[in-house]
Ligand binder design. Structure first.
Ligand SMILES: C[S@@+](CC[C@H](N)C(=O)[O-])C[C@H]1O[C@@H](n2cnc3c(N)ncnc32)[C@H](O)[C@@H]1O
Length: 289
């Protein structure tokens, strides 16, 4: 889109150097930029911020978009060691939407994501059974090549207290490549080594750990860690358009990657900045060879 053959623009330059000329129309201002650790955060709507990025500029995308399953105004009280209660009035982004609206939302951000991914690079998108079906259809509609549906099995998921259906212990993460062309960016050998020398399967078991954040949907670091190790190399750039509590940036920083995050809620942006600055503890790698 904004790239010419004579002057290829690297996303790292664009997002990290803040060069005004590199933006064809407007330059977003970062909420937070840890220059030393190369972690950058934009506060805003990813639907508009992604449009400002040049074509073919990021090495991997990790996205945990809204599931659109929340009822309006619900207050969830919890005594599980996380923040004590969560008022969904403050999470309008997660409210239910019509199927058509969800389709259009996912179509909009995934169109831009595909455009800015480098050739052979991949996107990882998580979701529940409510949301992932629509994401799957949109990915295929846009020309992504779906590589795997990775089943995230939470070993310590809570029971279904009412006994009205089965205990839900999984989420799905779709892993897809920009398109069918070129070699897939995949650190196959690393993942095999991490799995004791045996080919890693698409079922990822993990134990959910508690955290002190006031965010209702923080991803477990081990899941993001495995995705980043599989889909990117040290020094490369990972992008997360729905940063939440900043897990992607936190893990990317710990693994020596650059990271660009976008988050619409300024309170979450402050949480992300604090987290990257180490207020809630340093990154500790969960996978070992
Ligand atoms: C499911 S949470 C992501 C959680 C994140 N993976 C983590 O580990 O903390 C989705 C996040 O997307 C943000 N969000 C919703 N719509 C957005 C949009 N259009 N642009 C940017 N962020 C958005 C919400 O504020 C919320 O924090």
């Amino acid at each position: 889109m904004y790239q010419t053959a004579e002057m290829p623009i690297e996303c790292n330059d664009i997002f990290c150097a803040e060069t005004a000329e590199d933006y064809a129309h407007q330059k977003p201002t970062s909420f937070y930029y840890n220059r030393e650790r190369k972690i950058k955060l934009y506060n805003g709507d990813c639907l508009s911020i992604l449009k400002m990025a040049p074509d073919n500029c990021v090495d991997m995308i990790f996205a945990d978009p809204p599931y659109f399953g929340n009822q309006t105004g619900l207050v969830i009280n919890r005594n599980d060691g996380h923040a004590a209660s969560f008022n969904t009035c403050k999470a309008a982004w997660a409210y239910s939407k019509s199927i058509q609206d969800q389709f259009e939302f996912h179509h909009a951000w995934l169109t831009e994501s595909r455009r800015i991914l480098k050739k052979g690079s991949t996107i990882w998108v998580t979701g529940t059974y409510h949301s992932i079906g629509i994401v799957n259809v949109v990915l295929q509609d846009l020309g992504f090549k779906i590589l795997n549906d990775i089943i995230l099995h939470k070993r310590n998921a809570p029971p279904n207290f009412r006994g009205s259906c089965f205990r839900a212990v999984t989420e799905t993460m779709l892993w897809a490549k920009k398109d069918s062309s070129g070699k897939t960016k995949f650190n196959y050998k690393t993942m095999k080594e991490l799995n004791g020398g045996v080919q890693m399967s698409n079922i990822w078991n993990y134990w959910a750990e508690k955290n002190p954040f006031r965010h209702p949907a923080t991803k477990q670091t081990v899941v993001v860690e495995k995705a980043i190790l599989a889909g990117s190399n040290e020094g490369e750039t990972v992008l997360d358009p729905f940063a939440g509590s900043g897990t992607t940036g936190f893990v990317a920083q710990g693994l020596g990657r650059k990271c660009i995050m976008i988050e619409i809620d300024p309170q979450y942006c402050q949480l992300i900045a604090d987290r990257i600055d180490g207020k809630y503890g340093q990154f500790r790698r969960k996978t070992t060879t």
